[in-house]
Design a protein around this ligand. Structure first.
Ligand SMILES: *Cc1c(COP(=O)(O)O)cnc(C)c1O
Length: 211
């Protein structure tokens, strides 16, 4: 199903923003996509993202960091990333609040019980939102982000994300965005209100294998 069709079926008039996730692909691919009019790009590894952003500094692009962030790297990532989708703990919020330019942020929800997957547990998200609400980062919190767990119905996952999003909006009324939906599950994410899709392989084809 296309993004347009899923948007129409969801009874929405506002199509989601598509972020082209270009991790493991060379900067030249980003340059070609940019020449076709794509402006929003997603990366998940700091070194690689920093190099690409530097290589492509001559083009006006919006960089989204979608991978896990080490607290000690937060301020460096904030130098090139306009939006960080993976804010999942108080120390990271605090580190980003001290950046020269505070990036826009999504609070990431972990829908699995594996802490290595990144994201705050659903029960911890409201405390994180409260901490953000009390900090300089408050106006920069755009909403929530999640990855649907493998092997589960993505509709259930994204329904839960929509519920958590409403709870977060009680605390941060401006945090209305939902970053959810990847190449294989975006129609379900659109159904449950995703405003930002993070699409890799459906745009780029398979990723080159990485070291
Ligand atoms: C790689 C990645 C994507 C894109 O996944 P595809 O299945 O290639 O569309 C989206 N979100 C995150 C967090 C990723 O790491």
């Amino acid at each position: 199903m296309s993004v347009a069709e899923a948007t129409r079926r969801a009874g929405r008039t506002d199509p989601p923003t598509i972020i082209a996730v270009t991790k493991f692909h060379p900067a030249e691919l980003v340059r070609s996509l940019a020449s076709l009019g794509v402006r929003e790009f997603g990366e998940s590894r700091h070194q690689e993202a920093r190099e690409k952003a530097a290589d492509l500094a001559d083009i006006d692009l919006e960089w989204h960091f979608v991978g896990q962030v080490q607290t000690k790297k937060a301020r460096q990532i904030a130098r090139y990333a306009h939006v960080i989708h993976s804010v999942d703990r108080p120390e990271l919020l605090d580190a980003l609040a001290k950046a020269e330019r505070i990036p826009d942020q999504f609070l990431q929800i972990n829908l699995t019980d594996d802490p290595d997957r990144g994201g705050a547990q659903p029960d911890d998200i409201e405390a994180l939102a409260e901490r953000a609400a009390a900090s300089d980062a408050a106006p920069h919190i755009r909403g929530v982000m999640a990855v649907a767990p493998m092997g589960e119905d993505p509709r259930r996952a994204f329904e839960k994300v929509a519920e958590i999003s409403s709870r977060v909006q009680q605390i941060l009324p401006g945090a209305t965005d939902i970053s959810a939906g990847m190449s294989n599950d975006f129609p379900a994410a659109i159904e449950f209100g995703a405003t930002h899709l993070r699409i890799g392989t459906a745009i780029t084809g398979l990723r080159p294998s990485h070291r």
